[in-house]
Design a binder for this molecule. Structure first.
Ligand code: 5RP
Length: 228
């Protein structure tokens, strides 16, 4: 079994221990959360666990439904007890870059609505300083070229994410620009960078998650490290 697959599985399954009866759970998106959802499906059957989940993407919804997991809309719950999600990079200051799978908008809304947020990653994603991974920025298709050109002028080296020859379309019908923040991430306050990018007209949300994460599960070859 490939090492990163094994580490994702270990971290994803370990975080299921945080889930208890009657909780409302936010389910993130991606290949690491896949293992969480799978394990949760088993736990619900074995332990007759009664939990309600809020999904962050069409892919997660489809998989959770296959396992018989009860899903509700975010607007139909008071709040979320716990969200479990993956990340593309996360560092010791609990700053994460998310959105590699294109679900950053719903992921950020669900995480922000949660009392506790657990991030699950394989060991390659726990880094000294985030920023090597391109930062996904969700933009409205209307006028996205304005945002693109502005990003170029400001040195962010944007790339319009593609699916084949066409722009990649998010679950909300938007485009994604992947931008380079590696040169500035440690020269500015990350929370200000997150706000600065979101303030550009046409930007819906970006994949910087600062001041949201409470606990990190890192899958390693010799077990799972938990950072609080
Ligand atoms: C999707 C995300 C994912 O959590 C992130 O891309 C990590 O994915 P994976 O667990 O497949 O490595 O932010 O928008």
């Amino acid at each position: 079994m490939e090492q990163t697959y094994y580490e994702k599985k270990e971290a994803g399954e370990a975080a299921v221990d945080l889930i208890h009866n009657k909780m409302v759970i936010g389910l993130g998106t991606g290949s690491t959360v896949y293992h969480t959802i799978n394990k949760l499906g088993e736990k619900m059957k074995d332990e007759k666990l009664d939990v309600t989940c809020v999904s962050t993407s069409s892919n997660t919804t489809e998989f959770a439904k296959q396992l018989g997991i009860k899903l509700v809309a975010l607007n139909d719950v008071q709040d979320i007890d716990l969200t479990i999600d993956g990340a593309d990079e996360i560092d010791g200051d609990f700053r994460a870059i998310k959105g590699g799978g294109g679900a950053l908008l719903f992921e950020k809304i669900v995480a922000s609505s949660s009392r506790k947020v657990a991030i699950i990653v394989d060991s390659t994603k726990y880094v000294d300083t985030i920023g090597a991974y391109p930062l996904p920025v969700e933009v409205l298709p209307f006028g996205y070229k304005y945002v693109f050109e502005r990003m170029v002028r400001e040195g962010f080296q944007p790339n319009l994410r593609k699916m084949g020859n066409d722009p990649f379309i998010t679950d909300s019908g938007n485009f994604i620009l992947d931008i380079n923040v590696s040169n500035i991430i440690d020269k500015v306050d990350t929370i200000n960078l997150e706000k600065y990018i979101n303030n550009i007209p046409g930007v819906i949300e970006n994949g910087l998650f600062t001041n949201i994460v409470d606990v990190i599960y890192i899958g390693k070859k010799d077990g799972v490290e938990v950072k609080n």
